[in-house]
Each structure stands twice: as structure tokens, then as C-alpha cells.
Design a protein around this ligand. Sequence first.
Ligand code: MG
Length: 392
Amino acid sequence: MRHLSILGSTGSIGTQTLEVVKENEDARVLALAAKGNIRLLEEQTREFMPKLVCVYDEKPAADFAVRVRDLPVKVVSGMDGLIECALLSGVEMVVSAVVGMIGIRPVMEAICAGKDIAFANKETLVAAGHLIMPLVREHGVALLPVDSEHSAIFQSLQGSRGFAADGAAGNPEIEKLILTASGGPFRGRKQSELAGVTVEQALSHPNWKMGKKITIDSATMVNKGLEVMEAHWLFDVPAERIEVVIQPQSVVHSAVEFIDGGIIAQMGTPDMKLPIQYALFYPERRELPGRRLSLTEIGSIVFEKPVLSELPGLRLAFEAIQAGGSMPVVYNAANEFAVAEFLNRRIGFTDITDYIARAMKAHQPVKNPELPDILAVERETYQFLEAINENR
Ligand code: MG
């Protein structure tokens, strides 16, 4: 029996994780956590009967407690509640599917408590990978990637010498990681053509159906920048040996080139249930219903080299990696701020990467930031961008 705690259960990954749980009789959900979508959370609670539910925001938490008062479930809220869900006894694996740096503390606490992590919260590794990965090794837990590209790399590494997040630091057989990107809805368009892009246009991803934040991140290519950082931490490979390749059809989910020149890739239809199920039941592969990839129907697979001069979201990520220390925190925090502003229609599409650039330019990186430093840098970045907003 696999006992799970799902943080972010009402989001895209959370709901698909629950679908996978439903199709596997030996998985059981002990805890759920969500931000404030209490209607869906109530449905999930009635169906999966967890012992503990966290509603992050306080007001909906109180409403939720009333709605489920006929059930034997404990309701908690806030960061303390989120951490309680991560630490619940009997839970063997925490599915971290929250959006943003909010996942840092619950993930770190869960690792210290010896829980495995199914990991779908890249912002956490981007900001605190240097704190999280040593904890993973120290406590002997597995940090299993759910992100499709990282799952693809993980799957491609099977039969090789393992990977950092599975306790094997620095696999010497890896020559480089090949991280594929669809290019999003604006692939091939110049920055100058994107100024008037609407929220709706940016939200219409050609291949993947995902949450809003990650869909915008895909359109700006910031998502790929975050994924380069995530891959660096998960697989202990320096950014110079991570190549981003545009694969517009999203059928080659990523690949590994080994030192003998062999390249192993993982392919499939764009369906997050595969990487979710693979992480939940690793090292087992299980039956998964759904559409299958037909190679003859596709006919050919296209790869393109990304043009960094037209992709500030990706270029700034490499600059943040180069600067090191707390600069990736600024890259990520500025993006979280700007995407929320864009979704609320307060700034334009190209302002997102412009805000990231300005915040990075103004920041002096702190070396090896501890958790309080990371949270302080996040706060400062927000304040810096709020000031810019007010002066617009
Ligand atoms: Mg991805």
C-alpha cells in the first residue's frame, strides 16, 4: 500500500494524481492540501476520505470545516497546516504539487521526516536546491521527478548509475542532458511582435493542458529556464551540460546523452499521468489507459535550436545560474510576481521578462543563502517590483 499526502490537490497535477490513485488499488490518500478551492476540495475529501486536510487560506479553511463537519477529518490551515500534512505519520510519500516557493518548507520538513517526495514544484528546487539535495542524501529518501522532462531524463537514466535525487551524486556516465521544450504558443515569434499579447493568447498552449502559472511560464520560456535549474539539482549536472532543444510536437519529453555518444530519450503522448504514476510506483511500470503515441502517424520528429536573443526568459535563467547564490531566487520570485500581475491584467506580456531583468540587475547575490535569506530575498524582490508598479 502506498500512503500519500498530496500538497496542491486541486491544481492540475493534484487532480491528475488523484485520478492515478483511483486507478491503482494499492494507493491511499491520507492528507490533502489546497489553497482555497473548497468546492473541489470537499468533493475530493468525500471521495478519498483523508484523515487531514489543509486549506491554506484561513477564511476558506473555516468555511471548509463547516462543510465537512459530518466527516472524521481534521482541518488545518496556513504554513503550519501545510507542514502538518507533509509530516503526517503513516504517509510514505508526499506529492509536492503546490505552485511556487511556498513548497520549500513542507518539502524540507518531509525529507527530514524520512518521506519520499514525488516532486512537481520546480520553484522549490530553483530557490533552495543547495539546501534540499544534501538533505535528500542525508536522510536517504527519494526525490522522484514528476515534471515531464525530468521524469523523461530519470527514465532515460534507468540502467545507468542512478541519479542525484536517488542518492547517486554525479553520475559519471552522463555527457549531457537534453531538455526539450515545445516553444509554447509563440514559438518563432520575435519579442517585438509579442507586446500586445493577451492573457487568453498566452494561456492557449498548443500541446499541454496545465495550470495557469506554468502555462504563462511556457509562453515566456521561463518554465524552461526553471527546468534547467531543476535538472541541475536533480541530476547533479552543471548547467553548461544541459542543452535546451525545441521539440514542437512534445512527443520527445527529454533525453540523456552518455559518454559513449549514445542518446536515450523517453517518448510518449503529452499526458502527465505517465510521469505521475511512474513517480508514485517507481521502480515499477504499470498499465496506464489513454491515447498511445503512433510513430507512423507522427511520421517525423522536428528539433530546433532555441534563439536566445529572442528568448529573454531562457537567457535570463542562464544569467541567473551564472551569477549563482541567491540570483535564481530573484529570477523565480520576480517571475512569480510578474506572472500574477499579468494574469490580473496589470502588466503586459513582455513586461514579465522585463521585470525579471530589472529585479536581477538590482540584486547583489548572496552566496549559499540559508532559508531565512531566501525568504528575505523573495520579499525584497516583491517590494522592488511593487515600487516599479506604483511608478508606472
Ligand atoms: Mg515540464
